[in-house]
Design a protein around this ligand. Structure first.
Ligand code: PEP
Length: 256
């Protein structure tokens, strides 16, 4: 299985800046066949960057996409419009859940729409600080995994990636803390157990599960070697080219 290194640029970089970053990244990026490098720029940059990117070296992701293909949905971009432009789409990021008010039902429709349009959804799940403090982590993770995958058939489950992103560990959250590798291992185990319940044990082992939450060059190696973790999803560190490259190199090294 590949190791995934995914950069979520969030609402950063205009189209020109994104293009310059991509140019520099492509120049420096080694061709590691077993490391899947993905960046998720703003929607407005996706189309021009799709003409610039070398898909043999890396892939593009959307940060979001709507579940209906067309119609009266002002401001939305459909998965069908993203088809052919991106290979991945982030779905259910905590900022979309807690800032934009997305719920598991909408997230499930987005996951299904992505799969229908041959875009691999990266379904983000993660508990808040309060949920963890009240001992609700296992229930929250189970609900978000089952909820997000509720429209995914057995046939399609291999087209989905899960990212465990504890909300309290995301660097832009006030007072963010680092998750310990043990904490990550426990929840990644829960994610896999939940998938196994519905889709069988083999699938539970096989689905790629990523970790995200303040991953940076000094801790990436520790997270990438947590049992059951197949890659990392970063916000802050993906905005700094040297850090992003460093983490890609680490991913290659830990696989060796
Ligand atoms: C994220 O928001 O998906 C994320 C993991 O951010 P950061 O790496 O900045 O914590």
């Amino acid at each position: 299985m590949k190791t995934y290194v995914v950069g979520n640029w969030k609402l950063n970089f205009n189209v020109g800046e994104a293009s310059i970053y991509l140019h520099k990244l492509l120049k420096k990026l080694p061709n590691y066949r077993d490391v899947e490098v993905v960046i998720a720029p703003s929607t407005i940059a996706l189309q021009p960057l799709s003409l610039q990117v070398d898909r043999h070296k890396m892939k593009l992701a959307a940060q979001n996409g709507f579940y209906r293909d067309y119609g009266a949905f002002t401001g939305e971009t459909s998965m069908s419009q993203l088809r052919g432009i991106v290979d991945y789409v982030i779905v259910g990021h905590s900022e979309r859940r807690y800032v934009m008010g997305e719920n598991d039902k909408m997230i499930a429709k987005k996951v299904a729409a992505a799969v229908r349009n041959r875009i691999t959804p990266i379904l983000c799940v993660g508990e808040t600080e309060n949920e963890r403090a009240f001992g609700e982590t296992a229930d929250v993770i189970r609900d978000q995994v089952l909820g997000g995958l509720s429209e995914v058939s057995e046939e399609d489950i291999d087209k989905v990636i899960i990212a465990y992103e504890p909300v309290w560990a995301i660097s832009s959250v006030k007072g963010a803390k680092l998750a310990t590798p043990d904490e990550v291992a426990t929840v990644v185990g829960l994610v896999r157990a939940t998938i196994s319940e519905v889709y069988g044990a083999e699938t539970g082992e096989r689905v790629p599960v990523l970790f995200g939450g303040s991953v940076n060059p000094s801790n990436a190696g520790a997270y990438l070697t947590v049992p059951g973790v197949n890659g990392v999803l970063m916000g802050g560190s993906s905005l700094i080219l040297s850090e992003f490259i460093d983490i890609i190199d680490t991913a290659k090294r830990v696989r060796a």
